[in-house]
Ligand binder design. Structure first.
Ligand code: ADP
Length: 487
């Protein structure tokens, strides 16, 4: 549809269905805007349920062929895709900055993760897919065989658009499934069309990956098509807890399994024996990388009383000096938040907390289209920001009598994604880790950490199931028990 590969600014971003770029059936489009300049970067196909059903049908049709490809061919495709992405990295970093306000550092983080993901996934093609089992039935051979499930639907967010779409599609594809990807309306290119470009160029057969985009407020139509279609066997979703809960409720009615990666309200605990400088650096990175728009970001920092005063002073000074501005400027640490709605929400929640008595130690005044790194303390329980996830560059400090008290307070949250503990005594850190209700705990590191082979996921309302290539076969294959008895 007239778009040169590798370029999206000024071009039309269509759906990718059955190996072809197509417009929405309705012909409708919407503008994809830069969060920094507000300018319309490109027009995007505004799809609906019918477009989703077409993509699902294409994925279904491609399944037998893709699942039957020899492992060597699947391996080559992912290795080639990694090389293509690597050769395009400069342009991809620009696209991430333009489309999602992603700065250079977090762009590098996304690229590094994604290249590893593709190169490790290539070897999933050679994973043993079953085992022979002993049986008491005489003359019987029993086996358990892992089979790809069929069509997997992937719903991905905008925040780490390249990486999170990659994580949603690459494992399932490498195991022989076919995929329909629905990127966020905020990242149709870097979280959608770009993946189709790269994997198609790498030799992925038509229909194995399909991408359907949509305008703001219309995700639900596509989500409903994915839930209702009997051809879709699994859904993986990365996004907020309220949306994930709605999906899971509907998926329950359809008896459709979903993997959910949802919100976090992640604690970072600073023990009294911690190195303060190290703790300050870890907390500043963990709370404010990518403007705090990462599900793993620290949202609450608990400090044992003896260190609390010194920590707060040094942390506030460091945070107040973090440069705010253009994501393309290499000096910038805090770029724009994703849209005006997100900016208004941050402003409202911080203002409300301050009106209720919270003290603002740094930041707290919007610099449109950015919100500066902001530190709050003495936040009263009635303030909305004390509960659930506020997705942006705001963190809350709390002084505690002990790290054990911090764990007890952190565990009161309904969410349980990541926790960090900074302590001079790593054995104490390990003991505390065992008591934290979190899917992931880092002792002596900041919370924004991921590697493609790790079991990534939360407990409680932070999600169901785990992403990670090590476990992809559990989530995206079905075990079939087969017996063969001698006649
Ligand atoms: P975020 O705050 O990260 O945008 P969301 O949960 O709103 O969190 O978005 C994550 C993904 O879920 C995006 O791709 C979004 O378009 C999609 N989404 C939002 N609402 C629905 C819905 N009702 N059904 C399916 N997907 C949805």
């Amino acid at each position: 549809t007239g778009r040169a590969a590798g370029r999206f600014v000024g071009h039309f971003v269509g759906h990718f269905v059955g190996g072809e770029w197509v417009a929405a059936g309705s012909g409708r489009t919407y503008p994809d805007r830069s969060p920094w300049s507000g300018e319309a970067l490109c027009e995007v196909a505004a799809g609906n349920a019918e477009d989703a059903h077409r993509a699902i049908a294409a994925a279904h049709e491609a399944f037998a062929g893709w699942a039957g490809e020899p492992p060597r061919r699947r391996q080559q495709i992912f290795l080639r895709a990694a090389d293509i992405l690597e050769s395009r990295q400069r342009e991809v970093l620009d696209a991430l900055a333009d489309e999602t306000g992603c700065g250079r550092h977090f762009g590098d983080v996304q690229l590094d993760f994604t290249l590893k993901l593709l190169r490790q996934a290539a070897h999933l093609a050679y994973r043993p897919m079953g085992e022979l089992l002993p049986s008491d039935v005489e003359g019987t051979q029993a086996m358990a065989v892992r089979r790809p499930v069929g069509v997997v639907a992937a719903i991905a967010p905008w925040n780490a658009s390249l990486t999170l779409a990659g994580r949603a599609i690459v494992g399932p594809l490498a195991l022989g499934n076919t995929v329909v990807l629905k990127p966020s309306e905020e990242s149709p290119y870097t979280g959608g069309a770009l993946w189709a470009e790269i994997l198609h160029e790498a030799g992925l057969p038509p229909g194995a990956l399909n991408v359907v985009t949509h305008a703001s407020g219309e995700a639900g139509d596509i989500g409903a098509a994915m839930l209702e279609s009997p051809l879709v066997k699994r859904i993986n979703f990365t996004g907020s807890t309220p949306t994930g809960r709605r999906l899971a409720e509907k998926a329950g009615r359809q008896l459709k399994r979903v993997v959910l990666q949802l919100s976090g309200q992640n604690p970072l605990i600073v023990a009294g024996d911690a190195d303060v400088g190290y703790a300050v650096d870890a907390a500043a990175y963990g709370a404010f990388v990518h403007q705090g728009q990462v599900c793993m970001c620290a949202r609450r920092i608990y400090i044992e009383r003896p260190l609390a005063g010194e920590f707060a002073e040094r942390f506030a000074a460091k945070v107040a000096a973090l440069p705010v501005g253009d994501p393309r400027d290499p000096e910038t640490v805090v770029g724009p938040v994703i849209n005006e709605w997100a900016l208004a929400l941050l402003d409202r929640r911080v203002t409300e907390a301050a009106e209720l008595g919270a003290r603002v130690l740094a930041g707290g005044v919007p610099q449109p289209p950015c919100y500066p790194a902001t530190v709050l303390t003495d936040v009263p329980d009635e303030a909305e920001i004390a509960h659930g996830e506020t997705f942006g560059p705001v963190v809350i400090l709390e002084t505690v009598g002990s790290a054990e008290e911090a764990v007890a307070r952190a565990n009161r949250s309904d969410l349980g994604l990541v926790a960090s503990i900074i302590t001079g005594d790593s054995r104490r850190g390990l003991r505390l880790a065992a008591t934290l209700e979190a899917g992931i705990v880092h002792v002596n590191d900041q919370p924004v950490n991921d590697e493609p082979h790790m079991p990534f996921g939360g407990v409680k309302d932070s999600g169901w199931g785990r992403f990670g290539l090590g476990l992809a076969a559990e989530e995206f294959c079905e075990l079939q028990w087969i017996t063969v008895r001698d006649q």
